[in-house]
Design a protein around this ligand. Structure first.
Ligand code: PMP
Length: 453
């Protein structure tokens, strides 16, 4: 280990003395100091010590088109000079927001032609909560207020977002969830399927939705919210039986279905949206991340025409953010969608790079530490276990964090969710870069296994 540069030490001191980092043990971080990321290009990051790192997480699942796309910087600069800010409140608008709303409608599922813009995915889900309740009130059913989410789902970090999500560590802080939100089991077969087959478990997990609707009463349920594939929960890909059964249940009851597409949206599954992949029919879809490839903050909600009609005929919807549809963000979003479409990025993922990534990732299943490898599109998960047959974990060892550290030290960013290692690389990752990712992952699994012996 070489000594850190004085510049790195200076930045780490600023972190310790002034910065409260999100989702971090701030005291621990102060002792160790954050790794300082200073530049990026394509799928690679560089830190302040000059180390090159393959970003297996596309930032936080967002940098779809890869780092360093000059076109995105240029449209932002142009828009800043022309109209850096104006709002969409009180009967004004501006071209970038309108053109982006149209461009999103062009790629969204049929019948979903309306967009409400926000600054983030969390704000998108806050918007969802207010919009679905307002919708039912306008329909003359004000009792339909309860929203059903899932345990270990992630819908953001605002009060509504964290309440809709089912992360126990978040609920413990700040008195969440807020009233009117209930949770059902997640379709996580590897962790919770017990002796059931994946398909039996998928049906069981779907049936929990119907059970909850009946328990709360159909007349009291506004909506069900779910990620097509849970991301932050650990890239949880439901058994094949899950979504068809949920679809059947949704068709039986008069409730809205909200697909949180913040991770799955804009190509991650090899389709434009996760609901396209699974053939679902959402009423609202939350979007963010891939919308701008993370170059600038932006989120939103895509709304089905039938819902938008009720909202738009209901007078003022008293909701909005200063940065709803921010012109610079919208210009970047438009250019990002142009790149995705014209460079056929999603087609490449679908036809070429995702099948290759999935095939290569599966090779890791023979590793003694690996209990399961699963994945879909540009998403992957590697379950670390002590006993492959029983799926038993190493107890109290923090295996995921050990592995994550080896990755960090060996030029690869993989995230650990408990003892599940997850990846979500930029959509533009090449076949050679996939080889590098998988080879580095194997090396880090070896190092982790050795550390445990
Ligand atoms: N929904 C999902 C599915 C997410 O993964 C995230 C962020 N990881 C959010 C919502 C929240 O988005 P943001 O962090 O932009 O508020």
């Amino acid at each position: 280990m070489t000594d850190k540069s004085s510049q790195t030490l200076a930045w780490q001191a600023m972190s310790r003395d002034h910065h409260l980092a999100p989702f971090s043990d701030v005291k621990q971080l102060a002792e160790k100091g954050p790794r300082i990321i200073t530049s990026a290009k394509g799928v690679y990051l560089w830190d302040s010590e000059g180390n090159k790192i393959l970003d297996g997480m596309a930032g936080l699942w967002c940098v779809a088109v890869g780092y360093g796309r000059d076109e995105l910087a240029e449209v932002a600069s142009k828009q800043m000079k022309e109209l850096p800010y104006y709002n969409l409140f009180f009967q004004t608008a501006h071209p970038p927001a309108l053109e982006l709303a149209k461009a999103i409608a062009d790629v969204a599922p049929q019948g979903m032609n309306h967009v409400f813009f926000t600054g983030s995915g969390s704000e998108g889900n806050d918007t969802v909560l207010r919009m679905v309740r307002h919708y039912w009130a306008l329909k003359g059913k004000p009792h339909k207020q309860t929203i059903i989410g899932r345990i270990n789902g992630y819908h953001g970090s605002t009060v509504a977002g964290a309440s809709l999500g089912g992360m126990s560590g978040m609920h413990e802080q700040g008195g969440l969830p807020i009233p009117g939100i209930v949770h059902i089991a997640q379709p996580y077969w590897f962790g919770e399927g017990g002796d059931m087959s994946p398909d039996e478990f998928g049906v069981w997990a779907a049936e929990q939705l119907e059970k909850k609707i009946l328990e709360v009463g159909e007349d009291n349920v506004a909506a069900f919210i779910a990620e097509p594939i849970q991301g932050a929960g650990g890239v949880i890909i439901p058994p094949d039986s899950y979504w068809p059964k949920v679809k059947e249940i949704l068709a039986k009851y008069d409730i809205l279905f909200v697909a949180d597409e913040v991770i799955c949206g804009f190509g991650r599954t090899g389709e434009w949206f996760g609901t396209d992949y699974y053939g679902l029919k959402p009423d609202l879809m939350t979007i963010a991340k891939g919308l701008t490839s993370g170059y600038i903050p932006m989120g939103g909600v895509i709304v089905r025409d039938s819902v938008a009609k009720v909202i738009s005929e209901g007078g003022d919807f008293n909701h909005g953010f200063t940065y709803s549809g921010h012109p610079v963000a919208a210009a970047v979003g438009l250019e990002n969608l142009r790149i995705l479409r014209e460079e056929k990025v999603i087609e490449q993922v679908h036809e070429k790079t995702a099948p290759y990534l999935q095939q290569r990732l599966r090779e890791l299943a023979d590793h003694p530490l690996v209990g399961e490898v699963r994945g879909l599109g540009m998403l992957g998960a590697i379950e670390l276990v002590q006993d492959k047959a029983t799926r038993a974990r190493y107890q109290g060892k923090g295996v995921g964090m050990i592995c994550r550290q080896h990755c960090f030290d060996n030029g690869l960013i993989m995230r650990a969710v408990g003892d599940t290692m997850i990846i979500a690389p930029p959509l533009v990752i090449s076949l050679e870069e996939i080889d590098e990712l998988v080879e580095k992952a194997r090396k880090c699994l070896d190092l982790t296994y050795q550390a445990l012996q």
